[in-house]
Ligand binder design. Sequence first.
Ligand code: MLT
Ligand code: MN
Ligand code: ZN
Length: 299
Amino acid sequence: MRVRVLGSSAGGGLPQWNCGCEYCVRARQADPDVPSRHQPSVAVSADGERWSVINGSPDIRSQFQAFAGLHPRPGTRDIPLDTVLVTNADIDHTLGLLVLRESLPYRIVSTPWIRDALLEHNVVFRVLEPAWGVIKLDDALPLDRDGALEARLFPVPGKVPYWLDGQTEVQNSPEATLGVRITDTRTGARLVYAPGSKTLDPGTMAELEAADCAFVDGTFYTNLELQDSRPGAVDSVTMGHVPISGEHGSLARLAKLRARCLYIHINNTNPILDRSSAEASAVRAAGVEIAEDGMEFDV
Ligand code: MLT
Ligand code: MN
Ligand code: ZN
């Protein structure tokens, strides 16, 4: 299967519109060590002709513009988009769905929890209702017309989106925060996409161990990183993201896997955004990659 990184940052992107931190400033200056990044999303395809996308990032318009594989055929309004899979109801994974509202020749697919969170609490998302299908955890979803790619959703430890705070009738659920496993039924190759996970629990580890390639939550390098720029901010795990470094961090565990592993959903506070940083070197030295926009490869 073919994989294309449409966006590699966390919510806000790099540079983030209101941020003057070192990485945002260097990205604005086009520093070659700090490339700009769209908000998180990847595209997958069995044949390089027809694509499915994981999550609808707020940057989807420019992400599609930057990727010829998702342009409409000249003279038509036919775009080679099959499915948009949604892994949680966070704004950085869903706002772009509204940008694609002009016509709905593709499907949106999530668990019922995610669809209901958006459609019941945000009336504007109801314009997408005709296209929005639901599947249960671990149900097989063919991602292209030939059935060459099959997606399954699995639960990862996460949190309810912040915009649902105060909605006391909303309970967290195994359906609220997901990883995706995509299997190429022709070759058996497995891709896992898990951009938001507060711990690498046994279920998530089993998915990563069986994968050939995995995109993993790279939001924060350290657990308290956000407090440097936002005093009083919560720690990484409370925000729903396992940090990269430290005894309970993800790097030590990913380093032992046979899969090609890439960090994605990288927050604009994370020093791995700077290719020349000691932290980026430590990640590379452990055999883990740092996803960048525009990367494209076969799994
Ligand atoms: C997250 O990844 O934790 C969310 O995107 C945070 C947010 O909604 O700002
Ligand atoms: Mn996010
Ligand atoms: Zn910044």
